[in-house]
Design a protein around this ligand. Structure first.
Ligand SMILES: [Ca+2]
Ligand SMILES: [Ca+2]
Length: 349
């Protein structure tokens, strides 16, 4: 038994103890309203379809007007999704340290074609001064990520038929309500009406893999033209840190002029290559040294530089796709750089 599941077992035992008392004490008719939202992992809206391999963020919200008690929350989803390990965020309903939470990332809801996760929240009634909160606006209780793994029209939902009621005492889906904020008082968990309007989200997953999209960050620039280049990376930095990708992966052979950044699709096929340009590193060894100065000065005096080396030597160029002219200022800047001053990582801004 995993540590997580042991904790879950302990919490569930506490839940059961609560429920035995509450069945006898209350016949409450409070209503608990639940919603599920599914977005991109950065919170932006999903497109009409998502490609396999993409991840989505599932956010479960509770909206009630009562003092919240013990909560049990099974979230069922199509087996076209897989839970992404380590992404769960259980909000501490009663505040830090006053909520005992457990999360089973491999819960079996017994529904064909589905997987499920199960989150439990129990007030730590031993904590002095802890008050049960009133939820009067939609409040996030749970979030986690799922990865789309196969083509499907896939639902993510709270299963209404798993609701705990007086006639379904084994139901896993419940939300306790208390008469007061005192978490040591009995709570009702079985007489509620659960409103799950908006508690089913449907996502269309397509096998047509979306094209990889490489973008720069922290100054990194992606130039796509007749020749593809990436630049804006400081000398000595890790080029991987200056780019990010959607719908694929990338590798960089080195942080050096002439090195190759290769983009792959989610399926692993090579999609595009870019040549790295580090301004001032003309010979492509990843540092700026006397050799770069000599090459640049020679180019000024008539020898030829081409491609990434020419671009890297043109420290004062106007644009990457313009004409690159090597002049005195270029090799003076390179000389100054290896003598200790800094060199521009991007002359075009
Ligand atoms: Ca060099
Ligand atoms: Ca120049």
């Amino acid at each position: 038994m995993s540590k997580t599941k042991k904790i879950l077992s302990i919490v569930l035992a506490v839940v059961m103890a609560f429920s035995v008392f509450s069945i006898c004490a209350f016949a409450d008719t409070d209503t608990a309203t639940w919603t599920i939202e599914v977005t991109n992992t950065d919170g932006t809206p999903l497109g009409a379809t998502i490609p396999t391999g993409n991840k989505v963020l599932v956010t479960v919200k509770l909206q009630t007007n009562f003092y919240v008690g013990t909560v049990g929350l099974p979230v069922v989803f199509s087996d076209a999704f897989e839970y992404v390990d380590g992404t769960v965020n259980q909000v501490e309903i009663y505040g830090a340290g006053a909520t005992r939470t457990a999360f089973n990332d491999d819960f079996n809801a017994g529904i064909s074609g589905t997987k499920a996760v199960y989150a439990v929240y129990v007030p730590n009634s031993g904590a002095a001064g802890v008050a049960s909160p009133i939820y009067s606006t939609a409040t996030t209780v749970l979030s986690f990520q799922l990865e789309a793994v196969s083509e499907a029209t896939a639902d993510i939902y709270l299963p209404a038929d798993m609701q705990k009621t007086d006639t379904n005492l084994g139901g896993r889906f419940y939300c306790g309500s208390r008469a007061t904020s005192d978490v040591t008082t009995d709570e009702n968990m079985t007489g509620q009406t659960f409103v799950t309007t908006g508690a089913t989200a449907t996502v269309v997953i397509s096998n047509a893999a979306a094209d990889p999209i490489l973008t720069g960050k922290d100054g990194g620039v992606v130039y796509t033209g007749t020749d593809n280049y990436v630049y804006g990376i400081p000398v000595g930095a890790d080029a991987n840190d200056y780019f990010e990708i959607q719908n694929g992966t990338f590798t960089v052979s080195a942080t050096a002029t002439g090195a190759t950044l290769t983009v792959y699709t989610t399926g692993g096929a090579e999609y595009a290559t870019y040549t790295v340009v580090i301004f001032g590193d003309v010979d492509g060894d990843g540092i700026i040294s006397m050799d770069d100065y000599i090459l640049t000065k020679a180019a000024f005096q008539g020898s030829a530089l081409t491609g990434a080396a020419l671009i890297a030597a043109d420290i004062n160029g106007a644009s990457i796709d313009g004409t690159h002219t090597i002049d005195m200022d270029d090799y003076i800047a390179i000389k100054a750089a290896f003598q200790g001053s800094s060199i521009t990582v991007n002359p075009y801004i």
